[in-house]
Design a protein around this ligand. Structure first.
Ligand SMILES: [Zn+2]
Length: 177
């Protein structure tokens, strides 16, 4: 009857009930042709979604078959039984944003610890706002101001200029007359 169609797993599993290892885990397909209506249907649902034809003998068997199939390959870990195809492989998460920004001509600040120093400067400046005695406030103001300036100078004027020089390469060739 269904000789022209892809073999489905319902019959062998009926014969060897509750032995999900008979699922063909090497077959990556999530969809099968229903042997009754011939339309595509999710492979690991008990019934054909098109005409309700029973593809699997019981919910337990199809569930076990799905788990066996899914566990056979780590790339199937997030697959749903209702899917018809495997999700596309996730994009490579490791992107060199500095390189990418340089290609696009976007200026980004270098990775730096100086922003933390700037924040510490802010801390002292904030403490100077507390109404302590006059000398304490002035001392805190000076300390905070120095730390803050050190952070800003180090970040913006030193590191950023170094990055800019190293990434801009050679100067453009001079025009000879
Ligand atoms: Zn069907």
């Amino acid at each position: 009857m269904s000789g022209l169609l892809d073999p489905i797993e319902s019959r062998p599993i009926v014969a060897v009930a509750n032995k999900p290892r008979y699922v063909d885990v090497s077959n990556p397909s999530l969809a099968v042709h229903c042997p009754n209506c011939g339309l595509i249907t999710p492979r690991f649902l008990e019934y054909c979604v098109n005409d309700g034809y029973q593809l699997w003998p019981s919910p337990e068997v199809v569930s076990a078959a799905f788990k066996a199939w899914r566990d056979a390959d780590p790339s199937r870990a997030l697959v749903s039984r209702y899917d018809l195809e495997l999700p596309p492989p996730s994009a490579e998460a490791e992107i060199d944003y500095s390189e990418r920004a340089h290609q696009l001509g976007i200026h980004i600040f270098p990775n730096s610890n100086y922003p933390f120093i700037i924040c510490i400067g802010f801390l002292f400046l904030g403490l100077a706002a507390i109404p302590f005695s006059g000398t304490t406030r002035i001392a805190l103001l000076v300390i905070g101001g120095l730390i803050f300036l050190y952070g800003v100078v180090g970040w913006v004027l030193v590191e950023d200029v170094q990055l800019y020089q190293s990434s801009s390469g050679e100067s453009s060739p001079e025009v000879h007359h």
